[in-house]
Structure formats: C-alpha cells, structure tokens
Design a protein. Structure first.
Length: 121
C-alpha cells in the first residue's frame, strides 16, 4: 500500500470514528427541545462528513472529487458549528469530550480544506 493509500484509509477511519463518537456524545446532551434539534443536525453533518469523504475517494474524475470534497468541507464546518453552539449554550455535561471533538473536527476540516484548495492548484 502506498503512502497516499494509507493516508486515504486513515482518513476514512478517522471520519467514521468522528461520526460514531458524535453519536455517542449526543447521549450526554441535556434533554430539551433545542438539544433534540441540535442532535439531529449534528449527527446528520457528522455522518455526512465521513460518507462524502468516502464518495470523494471513489470519484471518477477530478471534477467529481472536487464536488465531493467541497461537501466534506461544508459538512465538517457545520459539525464544528453545532459543537460550538453546544459549548456556548452549555448543553453538555461531558465538556472534555466536547473539546476533543472540536479539536478533531477542526483537524479534519483543515485536511479537507487543503485537499479542496490543492485540487486545481
């Protein structure tokens, strides 16, 4: 396996783990009407990040890759947004996990953004 193939597989695992971690994290949100909406949006964007990264890896052309990696950036940014809302509104008792997830999605976002910007460089 080449270094590039190893990186791709590692990112697939990383984005999938992020999605699963977010799903588990949502169990620590304080129950309310607001958290129900936020949970739905966060789980949707977190799982979409990984699903679209996988789709980008299977792209049949540079244009298709670019299109999918743009969605990855969008969904990762949205995930970061919902996590920030949870933090600012003090909606979780598991602050340590929240901070870890914020660091992780920030790193995923940086990697995906770099892939996006270097696609047509």
């Amino acid at each position: 396996m080449t270094e590039k193939e190893e990186f791709i597989e590692e990112m697939k695992k990383r984005t999938r783990k992020f999605a699963v971690d977010v799903i588990h994290f949502c169990d620590f949100l304080k129950p309310s009407k607001a958290t129900s909406v936020i949970t739905y949006q966060l789980v949707k964007s977190a799982t979409s990040t990984g699903a679209n990264y996988r789709a980008a890896c299977r792209a049949r052309s540079k244009k298709e890759f670019f299109s999918k990696i743009c969605i990855v950036v969008e969904e990762a940014d949205e995930s970061e947004y919902w996590l920030e809302i949870i933090k600012e509104a003090s909606l979780t008792i598991n602050v340590e996990e929240l901070n870890r997830l914020l660091v992780e999605i920030n790193e995923i976002l940086k990697i995906a953004s770099k892939a996006k910007s270097s696609t047509y460089s």
